[in-house]
Design a protein around this ligand. Structure first.
Ligand code: FAD
Ligand code: EPU
Length: 338
């Protein structure tokens, strides 16, 4: 729990950006967190909570205290014939938790296999992939409030989950530290294979009988074939969200670009594939210095080695401007800029 000075954050973010934290400490319980914040008299404005660092872009040295959440533990807290409730420490790794569930035949998170990062950020971002989001398996969470130093319980409704959104990114931004999350998993699986290339991949794998193990493996195979491994090339997954437009705007884009990729939302608007928009603007495979746009997935901005956070940010700005000019669609960054 020692507070260290001037620590490089390069190995703590998957973009591999080399900036310094003025102060850095690790905590592994709510008590340690409280002690760190009170003895150092820290306000939320000068504190950054870090999980796996897989959804942040550090654009400058951090002039405050970076606190790495290492709260561990996986605890079964409730079980009946249909489901189990399992409480997980915010510092546990997400994919290891998914594998733990699959080993125990607990269904619900198999489509979310291989997403980097830790448990604590999963509700923050309402992480999602292949037709499933955290909100589908979320039961509750406990979070520490910086202002009154108390721990609060949040239920599904309290979190106000949306597409890569939650109350923690909006009205409670920088006000809570998520300590643990309770997920409700199913004993009888409801297989979800309709999204993207899952069925095609299952066929390729020669799967005769569907299982959560097979779905997890199919998702892992698809993801590995197109998303760069941050251990090899720095990145934070999709840099932008997929933007939604009105049906009219979609139709007018489609008139000019018949191949536009879009999916209907429940409210009638259309979600466009940002990767497609970016590719159409000619960015796929582009590289300037060590900042680039991935050759297999244009939505992923990459650091080939020594890019600065500002190089990545400036490239994202150029991409955003060109999509605006060509399609009159404004992209929103998914990655948290710090
Ligand atoms: P961090 O990057 O450490 O933090 C993200 C934000 O949450 C920061 O603002 C941080 O301050 C805050 N935060 C973190 N922990 C806490 C806490 N305990 N309490 C309060 N605030 C906290 N995401 C998807 O949704 N779907 C995908 O398919 C997907 N694929 C990806 C693929 C790759 C190759 C990569 C690199 C990333 C991908 N992501 C994806 C993004 C990323 O994995 C998720 O957003 C993940 O949940 C981030 O977790 P983390 O622990 O690394 O968060
Ligand atoms: N596409 C292109 N060119 C590209 C990339 C994509 O034309 O370079 C088109 C393709 O037609 C493809 C479609 O876009 O069919 C969708 O692409 P993909 O299936 O790769 O998914 P995505 O929309 O780019 C989203 C999430 C991912 C998540 C996948 C799978 C967002 C912002 N991204 O990507 O999440 O893993 O779906 O569900 O919603 C993340 O959040 O970091 C992330 C990786």
């Amino acid at each position: 729990m020692k507070v260290q000075q001037n620590i490089s954050l390069k190995s703590f973010n998957t973009f591999g950006i080399d900036v310094l934290a003025k102060e850095f400490a690790v905590f592994s319980s709510a008590d340690e967190l409280t002690e760190l914040l009170t003895t150092n008299n820290k306000q939320q404005a000068s504190t950054l909570i870090l999980g796996g660092g897989s959804n942040i872009l550090l654009i400058k040295d951090y002039d405050g205290l970076v606190l790495k959440n290492e709260i561990k533990g996986i605890e079964l807290i409730n079980e009946n014939e249909h489901h189990i409730d399992i409480r997980v420490g915010a510092g546990e790794n997400w994919h290891e938790f998914v594998l733990h569930c699959i080993q125990h035949d607990w269904a619900g998170v198999e489509n979310l296999s291989l997403i980097p990062g830790n448990i604590g950020a999963s509700p923050m971002q309402n992480i999602g992939a292949y037709g499933v989001e955290i909100k589908d398996v979320f039961y509750s969470l406990e979070a520490y409030n910086y202002n009154d130093k108390k721990v609060y319980t949040f239920t599904l409704n309290d979190c106000e989950f949306g597409y890569r959104e939650s109350v923690f990114k909006r009205k409670y931004k920088n006000q809570f530290v998520i300590l643990n999350v309770t997920y409700r998993l199913n004993k009888q699986p409801k297989f979800n294979t309709t999204y993207g290339a899952i069925e095609q991949e299952l066929e390729k794998m020669g799967v005769q009988e569907l299982s959560i193990q097979a779905i997890s493996q199919a998702v892992i195979n698809i993801r590995s074939s197109k998303l760069p491994d941050p251990k090899v090339i720095g990145n934070a997954g999709s840099f932008f969200k997929n933007p939604s437009v009105t049906k009219e705007q979609y139709e007018s884009i489609k008139l000019k670009y018949p191949n536009v990729v879009g999916y209907a939302n429940a409210d009638g608007s259309i979600k466009l594939a940002a990767g497609w928009l970016i590719e159409q603007c000619g960015w796929k495979g582009y590289r300037k210095g060590d900042a680039g746009c991935h050759a297999r997935q244009a939505l992923v901005i990459v650091n080939y080695g020594n890019a600065k956070g500002s190089d990545i940010y400036n490239l994202s700005e150029e991409i955003l401007q060109s999509v605006k000019e060509k399609f009159n669609v404004t992209l929103e960054r998914e990655v948290n800029i710090i």
